[in-house]
Design a protein around this ligand. Structure first.
Ligand SMILES: Cc1ncc(COP(=O)(O)O)c(C=O)c1O
Length: 423
């Protein structure tokens, strides 16, 4: 089923989705380029930051002996119909069988455990809150992992702290740079201040003023001279070139993914009986990390990626086995990734992550549920997992234990008030 793509006569297996060029090309490929928006579903080359801190032997094993820096070419993979469906809801969970196994994963439980050691006690241990109302409604034991209470208001500093801890002194001295509309910006600003690293974040004039102020408040320099997103990417180009700063990717760096995976370790410590973990998805870093932690500890547990129908980058990518570009339009701005990271697609494929979509109306209903019943003032992105449960789109067996991640709480008061006032 694998169609080799370009590069002379050589063809590649699915692992070769992991490729690298320069980190800047990588971030441009993975976040939001105008070109990507325009050329949906074209195979492209991607860049991998490598296998993080794995040993050379481990890297060789995970990359089939190929040096992790060797440039390879991404390939197209014919769409394969879902291998698993249930009929308990209108829309069913799907896992796509692309012939990968856990052994193919470039992210493993060890990576997440090492991330936890690096992060240490610098972040909050967020609570896992049981919900009697939700449990009664769906006939399973449901609890919510409240990452909205994490420092900076989302899970994001977990991944950033893990990544920053691995930079060399020289890289730290040169400072870091990224581009973000919100939660990653705040996390990078916060974590860089903790590490004594200078952070420069490119945002744009139409980005949330609340989030720009928050990133500055944590001590980062925010360059918001660009009028819009495309010009912000041009600005990022210039600044990376002229400053030589280290780029910190918001989701597709295995070290960032491993840091986010510490959420999964905590879930299993607090509820070892967890059968199903529900995770909101934008670019796929959080769900990849959690899948590595959960599947690595409990191979029989299910990990389900929840995305808005209006921003289904990972869902579409899992179908075809490579990152697919979309035009995200969800009200859940934290989940509006134009496409999932190639490394995230690979990890989710290897670990059998399932995929479920929810509507924006369902996210709003869940937002009101979490506020009204759980007293959780989350952002719309954080309500996606509750939406999947309330709408019946995720089917669970009676009596199973379900952990749903509420991933963030950075929402403008006006947005929250408008959603709460509906109905
Ligand atoms: C609140 C919130 N939830 C979930 C996500 C999705 O994370 P990822 O991009 O790692 O899939 C994001 C990403 O920015 C976010 O801000």
């Amino acid at each position: 089923m694998l169609a080799g793509f370009a590069a002379g006569t050589r063809s590649y297996n699915v692992r070769d989705l992991v490729v690298r060029r320069t980190s800047l090309q990588f971030v441009r490929a993975c976040i939001c380029t105008r070109e990507a928006m325009l050329h949906s579903r074209k195979p492209r080359t991607f860049v991998s930051p490598g296998s993080g801190d794995a040993s050379p032997g481990e890297i060789a094993r995970r990359t089939d002996g190929r040096a992790p820096c060797e440039p390879v070419v991404a390939q197209t993979i014919a769409a394969i119909p879902p291998s698993r469906t249930t009929n308990a809801s209108q829309r069913t969970e799907t896992a796509y069988d692309l012939g990968m196994t856990v052994a193919d994963s470039l992210l493993l439980l060890d990576d997440v455990q090492r991330a936890r050691e690096r992060i240490g006690d610098r972040l909050h241990r967020t609570p896992l809150l049981p919900s009697a109302t939700m449990s009664t409604r769906i006939g399973a034991d449901v609890c919510f992992k409240a990452e909205l209470f994490q420092r900076t208001g989302s899970f994001k500093p977990r991944g950033v702290l893990n990544k920053l801890a691995t930079l060399s002194d020289e890289e730290k001295r040169r400072g870091v740079i990224s581009i973000s509309a919100g939660n990653h910006a705040q996390a990078l600003a916060y974590a860089s201040a903790l590490e004594g690293i200078d952070a420069l974040i490119v945002m744009w004039q139409t980005a949330s003023q609340l989030k720009i102020r928050a990133a500055r408040g944590y001590g980062a320099t925010v360059d918001d001279s660009a009028p819009d997103i495309p010009s912000a990417f041009e600005r990022l180009d210039e600044l990376v070139e002229s400053t030589g700063r280290q780029l910190i990717h918001p989701y597709d760096d295995p070290l960032v993914m491993a840091g986010q995976g510490t959420v999964g370790l905590e879930i299993l410590e607090d509820a070892p009986e967890t059968d199903v973990a529900l995770v909101p998805v934008g670019g796929g870093g959080l769900v990849s990390g959690i899948a590595a932690a959960v599947k690595g500890s409990k191979p029989g547990a299910r990990v389900i990626a929840i995305e808005p129908e209006l921003s289904a980058a990972l869902h579409e990518s899992l179908k075809v086995g490579e990152p697919v570009t979309i035009e995200p339009r969800s009200l859940a701005d934290g989940l509006n990734g134009p496409y999932a990271g190639p490394n995230c697609v690979e990890v989710c494929t290897a670990l059998g992550v399932e995929s479920v979509l929810v509507t924006d109306e369902e996210i709003k209903d869940a937002f009101r549920f979490l506020y009204g019943r759980m007293k959780l003032a989350c952002e719309p992105a954080g309500a996606a997992t509750a939406a999947a449960l309330l709408s019946g789109r995720v089917a669970v067996e009676p009596g199973q234990t379900v952990a749903a991640v509420v991933s963030g709480g950075n929402v403008a008061r006006e947005t929250a008030a408008a959603i709460l006032a509906e109905h």
